[in-house]
Design a protein around this ligand. Sequence first.
Ligand SMILES: [Mn+2]
Length: 243
Amino acid sequence: MKERTLVISDIHGCYDAFNQLLELTAYDPAKDKLLLLGDFVDKGPDSRQVVEQTMSLVRNDGAIAIQGNHDERLVDVVLGRSKEAEEKFFKHGGYETFSSYTGSQLEKGASAPDSKRFEVLQETIKEKYMDHIDFLEQLPYYYEDEDFIYVHAGLNPRYADWKKQPKRDFLYMKEPFHSSEPFTDKKVIFGHTKTIDLHGKADIWFGKGKIGIDGGCSVGLQLNALEIRGADSLRTYKVPLIK
Ligand SMILES: [Mn+2]
């Protein structure tokens, strides 16, 4: 049994902030269980490095990583299996992921056809980083321990058994989850929705039966960590980003 659980979400390519946060919390794999709630890629500058580090944290330190909607989208785009993913990709932080993986800058709104960009991204990743795609694709949608349920986005209160909700809810849920009364026996810890949209500040949001931790590092706000030593022993850490 580890002494602490540390939970971080929505790193979104913010590699430097992520490492500053691990340092700030004095993360020690021998004593701490690290839980990463998804959205490793898009928006921030260093998606490739973040995925690489996450793979190593999972394989070498026993960290647990959960899939976010942006991680699913990158897998879909690289495998060319979803038109919807392609339509959303460059509109939601994909430029930065393209640059991080291909090493070439893409001018935002540049007139190169998307089909060509997808080709370049697919070829580069398939040639050099297919292990990243395999890794992101097999990530679980939730994790559970004695006291908490951990998901990327949330739980749909309409399902009596939350494990039966569709994958899409695990990855995209907002309302009616945020404003719901507690409907699970354990508190739910989630990311996906920036806490500034939940309570007007980037700090961790403690709601009814749920805790939102996405500090919005991808938009220059902050990266949060929740430290858990027991159901009622919580502490927060933050690394603010300067815009
Ligand atoms: Mn998300």
